[in-house]
Design a protein around this ligand. Structure first.
Ligand SMILES: *[C@@H]1O[C@H](CO)[C@@H](O)[C@H](O)[C@H]1NC(C)=O
Ligand SMILES: *[C@@H]1O[C@H](CO)[C@@H](O)[C@H](O)[C@H]1NC(C)=O
Ligand SMILES: *[C@@H]1O[C@H](CO)[C@@H](O)[C@H](O)[C@H]1NC(C)=O
Ligand SMILES: *[C@@H]1O[C@H](CO)[C@@H](O)[C@H](O)[C@H]1NC(C)=O
Ligand SMILES: CC(=O)N[C@H]1CO[C@H](CO)[C@@H](O)[C@@H]1O
Length: 423
């Protein structure tokens, strides 16, 4: 006991103070069951005692009496169930998408509709119904979400990827699926792989709608983030084509040095906040397959990475990584890890998830992480040390923050090896 089973398949569940409240709900539930049974017993005995029929009229009268009682009972049950649902919501903080509100797009209702499995409970998985999911924070942004779900069925989707990204950044992730066709961009002029890795493409291979810049020329001068200063310039000017091959400071580790630490066992990797994908491109030369995680904030990152012939994954860092445990040999991350906003728990959730998808013996490469304060450095250091990784490299240096203040900031670079944890 002590828990109530809730349908959480639509991903909208949230639990607070679960044990205390669930016992209250349990008591209510037991109460409901007992009263319902008493009603039923009464109805049953009262109807069965009319055996010695005196006349049909009386008999019929009794039957209508019984059915009246039954419908009373049903009403009672219905009411109790509604009360119970309300209590669940209030006591447990359980929120499910309230589809009964006005202005909810019909497509959203259809998408979230549950379907019973035709043959009942599936013995392998234990599920009884099929559910579709949206992130629980979608509830808080239901106006935007309804806007996102308003389109012509089987028609062309509205030009609204930036609306979708806005929702994702507000925690509405995953988004619901839609039944419309997304706009196509003619992808002419692609170079064959692997030439594509370092060949710049024309503006019109990308769709710039929803972005401030409408061309690569515009992006050129832009410092998009600490990890993408001029990162779309693959050829001239920028540092992009030198990164990971030539170090500018002792905090810039070289790819071959890091791979050397992996004893040849590095085959698949994950680059978190990987800019325009150059890390994956360099890793390709070393026969390592790297997936690059990025959103499209201010630039067409995802499309650009894909156009280079690399694998982008469009996902915020607030989302559990869609990978199974222990699958990566290498994880590379830089300032995308700066998620805390003062809250160490947020960074902890992320670090534990990184740890989860990294295999034992695999490498975590922390690349030029800006420690804006001594406290930030301490927090990160303590956190890393709790994981018991072996410090293969650990370099604290200084770097000019050309994205932010323009002043030198303490940076930390490290290569850490995940231990085999017993038990
Ligand atoms: C029960 O009802 C039937 C049909 O009306 C009647 O024939 C029969 O006599 C009744 N039995 C008794 C015990 O009154
Ligand atoms: C970009 O997409 C918008 C709408 O999604 C469309 O109107 C526009 O024509 C597209 N641009 C290109 C270059 O395909
Ligand atoms: C991209 O667009 C910019 C500005 O519109 C233009 O100057 C530049 O020549 C274009 N580049 C290519 C490769 O088409
Ligand atoms: C990558 O694989 C190719 C084909 O097996 C091989 O010829 C090449 O030497 C490998 N490169 C590295 C850096 O291991
Ligand atoms: C068992 C039962 O409730 N029988 C009732 C059926 O209806 C007649 C008339 O209303 C009553 O006299 C019986 O007691």
């Amino acid at each position: 006991m002590g828990s109530v089973s809730l349908k959480i398949g639509d991903g909208t569940a949230r639990f607070k103070r679960a044990s205390l409240c669930s016992s209250a709900v349990n008591i209510l539930m037991i109460f409901c069951v007992i009263t319902t049974n008493l009603f039923a017993l009464y109805a049953f005995t009262s109807s069965s005692s009319s055996k010695n029929n005196t006349s049909n009229v009386i008999h019929n009268k009794n039957i209508s009496l019984v059915s009246e009682q039954v419908s009373l009972i049903l009403r009672e049950i219905d009411l109790s169930q509604k009360k119970l649902a309300q209590m669940e919501k209030q006591l447990l903080g359980y929120e499910r998408f309230d589809l009964s509100r006005p202005n909810i797009a019909n497509e959203l209702k259809i998408f979230l509709q549950r379907h019973q499995l035709p043959l009942g409970k599936d013995s392998r998985t234990g599920i009884t119904e099929m559910v579709s999911s949206v992130g629980h924070s979608c509830e808080k942004n239901s106006d935007l979400l309804s806007q996102f779900m308003s389109y012509k069925l089987s028609g062309t989707c509205p030009d609204d990827w930036s609306l979708a990204q806005k929702l994702i950044l507000r925690g509405c992730e995953p988004l619901p699926r839609r039944r419309c066709f997304s706009k196509t961009v003619s992808k002419l002029g692609f170079f064959p792989f692997p030439v594509s890795l370092w060949k710049p493409l024309g503006n019109n291979t990308f769709n710039w709608s929803g972005l401030n810049c409408k061309s690569f020329e515009c992006l050129k001068g832009k410092k998009l983030s600490r990890d993408c200063v001029n990162c779309f310039d693959l050829v001239s000017g920028g540092n992009e084509n030198q990164r990971f091959l030539k170090g500018k400071s002792k905090n810039d580790f070289l790819i071959d040095d890091v791979l050397g630490l992996g004893n040849g066992g590095i085959r698949v990797g994950f680059d978190i906040g990987g800019g325009s994908g150059s890390f994956a491109a360099r890793m390709f030369d070393r026969n390592v397959t790297v997936i690059t995680n990025t959103l499209n904030v201010d630039a067409p990152f995802s499309e650009f990475i894909a156009a280079r012939g690399l694998f982008p994954i469009y996902l915020s860092l607030d989302h559990r990584f869609p990978f199974y445990d222990n699958v990566f040999d290498l994880i590379h991350a830089s300032n995308a890890l700066d998620v805390g906003g003062g809250k160490v728990e947020k960074l902890e959730f992320l670090m534990f998830d990184i740890d989860r998808v990294l295999r034992a013996g695999g490498l975590f490469w922390l690349d030029n992480f800006f420690c804006d304060s001594e406290e930030k450095k301490q927090t990160l250091t303590r956190l890393i040390e709790r994981f018991g990784y072996k410090k293969l490299k650990w370099v604290v240096g200084e770097k000019v923050d050309s994205f932010g203040s323009g002043k030198p900031v303490v940076v930390l670079s490290a290569v850490l090896q995940k231990p085999v944890r017993p038990g």
